[in-house]
Design a protein around this ligand. Structure first.
Ligand code: GDP
Length: 177
């Protein structure tokens, strides 16, 4: 048995962005590793869904934190332990884009997250009439000063079809290890 290096990835975003589905997709994409998981470790506790995948010598542990407004105060408790951030956006939800950005902007200002790699996943790109990645970036770039110097990527994803999931996770793995 080889020793795995453990890394903790925050999976953040508003409720309904697709975090739970994305995590399922991640597990599916890395099936061989999923098989090796201890089911006892993937129980979801109140407002927090945990998943893990193993890629080569690395184990990525995901914390899908509840997106509901009343749970956002809990996000902070996980920040100190984390190595990377995936922020999920529902690209079809124009009405909540600003709300999503506000939550993002608050999160990204946290001192404990300074310099951590950031993947902005513009999700639900399989749906017609979704906002484009550049359109979403325009809003999120208002946080450029707070994003600061770090590995940062915005991608088109579909947690439903799996588009962009493999690439995003591999990118994150390369960043954290
Ligand atoms: P969460 O609240 O962020 O965990 O979001 P969920 O994973 O529960 O997804 C919310 C809803 O959006 C569900 O009905 C999902 O099936 C749907 N959904 C999530 N990702 C996608 C996607 O990429 N494309 C489409 N069409 N639907 C999605």
């Amino acid at each position: 048995l080889t020793q795995k290096d453990d890394y903790f990835i925050l999976l953040l975003g508003l409720d309904n962005a697709g975090k739970t589905t994305y995590l399922e997709q991640v597990k599916t994409k890395f099936t061989a590793n999923y098989k090796m998981m201890n089911p006892a470790k993937i129980t979801s506790t109140v407002g927090c869904n945990i998943g893990q995948v193993e890629i080569a010598n690395v184990r990525l542990n995901f914390w899908d934190l509840g997106g509901q407004e009343e749970l956002q105060s809990l996000w902070d408790k996980y920040y100190a332990e984390s190595h990377g951030i995936i922020y999920m956006i529902d690209s079809t939800d124009r009405d909540r884009l600003e709300e999503s950005w506000l939550a993002f902007d608050k999160m990204i200002q946290n001192e404990q997250l300074v310099g951590l790699p950031l993947l902005v996943a513009c999700n639900k790109q399989d749906l017609d009439d979704c906002m484009s990645v550049p359109e979403i970036k325009k809003m999120f770039n208002k946080s450029a000063a707070n994003i600061g110097v770090r590995n940062c990527m915005a991608t088109a994803t579909s947690a439903l079809t799996g588009e962009g999931v493999h690439e995003g996770i591999n990118w994150m793995k390369e960043c954290v290890e």
